[in-house]
Design a protein around this ligand. Structure first.
Ligand SMILES: Cc1ncc(COP(=O)(O)O)c(C=O)c1O
Length: 469
């Protein structure tokens, strides 16, 4: 059975969908953006024309014309008697990610592989024969790798033993394992606004009710709103990115860390600290991991950004009890982490300080270049300079970034519009622009943005900012 999006929910997700052209085309375009950037999944059943026209206060003819355009363009399939379903063309070919196949894919905040990755694999191949006499199923992680990860926490001032580490196939997998092991139906989850989109997807996939509190580049974490939500709704978990938060690049101050861990402990909320981006320090300096402030914090880590996404190695740091619970649940998700990757990861984790220093130099160059290019081409955009992480979180002021993403796509540039990072269509005027790309690609992407921004133009409705920050 396909999921059904109600008229009210679709109206909320659509946000400020109107533009200068005919209403039916603007509506069809916005639904297409929601489908492309993952806010609506392929296979979702959309509301009947009458229901959506009621929710949007539009004539039924306009909605019918929008649906018909989507159908003609291959984005909607209708089966008599069972409504209309969204379809992402090309899904069968596996190129369904919003930017995949485009020459300039800026949909992912990624880095090029650390130069030592190939050597780490070569060394791993040499070690592999020693493991071939075993069955090869590894549900918790190889002892050497767990110890190397534990050592990396000790180096950051957080006492950790290898028994507190479970190796996973990336941080996204780690988050899924934690969520599916600890979440029970009916519970609430607190998230930052904006946040990492696939965390929202994970919590949505277990049917969690999500609450949010704001994080911004200039105001940091809104502690009074966080406290209010924790007290009022007693969420069972809260998902946080304390270091180089994705997408804003902001880091929690020590008082913010102290406050949030104390407030969560008081209300019995488990904090999940996603540290996937935590080692991407450009010019900030070290800060103690969130788990230094409370033993109950569950930390997620990954080599995806610091070494290479293709390694697919991440981990969970938690108490032995929590890890035992996750281990009991793990076979329903997967049967362990590949050994070759773990062998390669072990040498990379041992070299983390070297990796981090090399990344830092490299990211500084790219960040500064992107900021400079944007200053030249799009001076009206408010570009705050983060001191780490992988992307700029830009306030365009008046532009609909959903419309911008649509126009960019036709020029070969894949972008993720701001609302993908928020709940309920917030952040329409914001754009996350990654800077870990090749220098030529940064130049080309800004050229495209400069070219299309005048075409997309400011939002004709000039509505006040709807973002929470
Ligand atoms: C905050 C955050 N968490 C998790 C992930 C996923 O990490 P991995 O590639 O290790 O699964 C990402 C990747 O973009 C991320 O930015």
């Amino acid at each position: 059975m396909n999921t059904l999006v109600t008229g009210r929910r679709l109206a909320r997700e659509l946000g400020e969908w109107r533009s200068t052209g005919p209403a039916y085309r603007a509506l069809a375009d916005r639904i297409r953006v929601l489908l492309m950037d993952g806010r609506l999944a392929s296979g979702t059943r959309i509301p009947a024309e009458r229901e959506l026209s009621g929710a949007l206060g539009l004539s039924r003819t306009t909605v019918a014309a929008a649906y018909s355009k989507l159908r003609d363009d291959g984005y909607l399939a209708s089966v008599r008697g069972s409504g209309s379903t969204l379809v992402l063309p090309g899904l069968e070919r596996g190129d369904h990610a919003p930017g995949s196949g485009l020459p300039l894919d800026f949909t992912k905040a990624v880095t090029l592989a650390y130069p030592g990755v190939a050597a780490a694999y070569a060394a791993a191949i040499e070690q592999l024969p020693a493991y071939l006499a075993h069955d090869g199923f590894d549900m918790v992680g190889m002892p050497d790798l767990r110890e190397a990860i534990a050592q990396s926490y000790r180096n950051r001032g957080l006492p950790t033993s290898a028994e507190q580490i479970m190796v996973t196939t990336g941080a996204q997998h780690a988050l899924n394992l934690v969520t599916r092991s600890l979440y029970s139906p009916g519970e609430r989850v607190l998230v930052e606004q904006p946040t990492y989109p696939h965390a929202l997807d994970t919590f949505a996939s277990v049917g969690a009710r999500m609450l949010s509190f704001p994080v911004s580049q200039d105001g940091g974490w809104d502690l009074s709103e966080a406290q209010l939500q924790l007290r009022r709704a007693a969420p069972s978990m809260a998902f946080l990115m304390p270091d180089f938060h994705n997408p804003t690049g902001t880091s929690m101050t020590i008082p913010e860390r102290e406050f949030l861990t104390a407030a969560a402990t008081r209300e019995g909320t488990v904090l999940i600290a996603d540290e996937t981006t935590a080692l991407l320090d450009i010019d900030r300096g070290a800060l103690p991991p969130l788990a230094c402030f409370s033993p109950g914090v569950i930390t997620l880590g990954s080599l995806g950004k610091i070494a290479w996404g293709g390694l697919r190695i991440g981990w969970i740091r938690a108490s032995r009890d929590v890890l035992a619970r996750i281990l009991r649940n793990r076979p329903a998700q997967d049967l362990g982490t590949p050994l070759l990757e773990q062998l390669a990861a072990t040498s990379l984790v041992r070299e983390l300080p070297v990796l981090a220093a090399s990344r830092s130099r490299d990211l500084k160059l790219r960040r500064d270049m992107l900021v400079q290019l944007l200053g030249e081409q799009l001076p009206e955009w408010d570009v705050a300079v983060p001191d780490g992480g992988l992307s700029l979180w830009i306030n365009t002021g008046t532009m609909s970034t959903s419309a911008l993403a649509l126009a960019a796509r036709s020029e070969g540039l894949g972008l993720v519009p701001g609302p993908r990072f928020g709940l309920d269509g917030a952040f329409e005027r914001f754009l996350r622009l990654p800077f870990g790309h090749d220098v030529e690609q940064l130049r080309d992407a800004v050229k495209v943005l400069g070219r299309i921004s005048s075409r997309v133009g400011p939002d004709p409705l000039r509505m006040p900012l709807q973002a929470v920050i």
